[in-house]
Write a protein that binds this ligand. Sequence first.
Ligand SMILES: Cc1cc2nc3c(=O)[nH]c(=O)nc-3n(C[C@H](O)[C@H](O)[C@H](O)COP(=O)(O)O)c2cc1C
Length: 147
Amino acid sequence: MQYNESEFLIETEVPDEELIISRTNLEGMITYANEAFCEISGYEESELIGKPHNIVRHPDMPQTVFADLWKTLQVKKQWSGVVKNLRKDKGFYWVEAIVSGVHKNGELVEYKSLRTPISYETKLKYQKQYDKMRADNGEKVRKIIYE
Ligand SMILES: Cc1cc2nc3c(=O)[nH]c(=O)nc-3n(C[C@H](O)[C@H](O)[C@H](O)COP(=O)(O)O)c2cc1C
């Protein structure tokens, strides 16, 4: 597919009447995505199940944010943060995510994430913060590989 810069700049607004939900196994492979998640990410359910959750990783997200997420989960705590995600069409959407463990009979079996919309001001604040974090850590904007 040819890189189309204008598509990359298009934001999809997250509806505030629905929760965007996904679950992963303990390795971060998607095991469940609700309809709102499919809609907002632009993928069919069948394209998401079994894929690593970084399928929606946006190149503007600093690595340290996800390192912090996994570190927090490993000590059995809930993580929350602001995330810019990449749609299948290379557009993007911003959410506040709460990620935590799913337990069965007291045993950790999966992780789940619930996402809600954030304000324009919050998006601006985090875009600037993440740009600075990537610059400070010597991270470049990752190249997206188009097939
Ligand atoms: C339940 C759950 C939900 C996640 N949701 C997202 C998400 O919406 N976007 C994202 O970029 N990473 C999400 N992640 C983190 C990814 O697994 C991954 O660590 C991240 O995308 C960084 O990718 P990388 O490991 O290739 O650097 C989630 C992880 C878990 C456990």
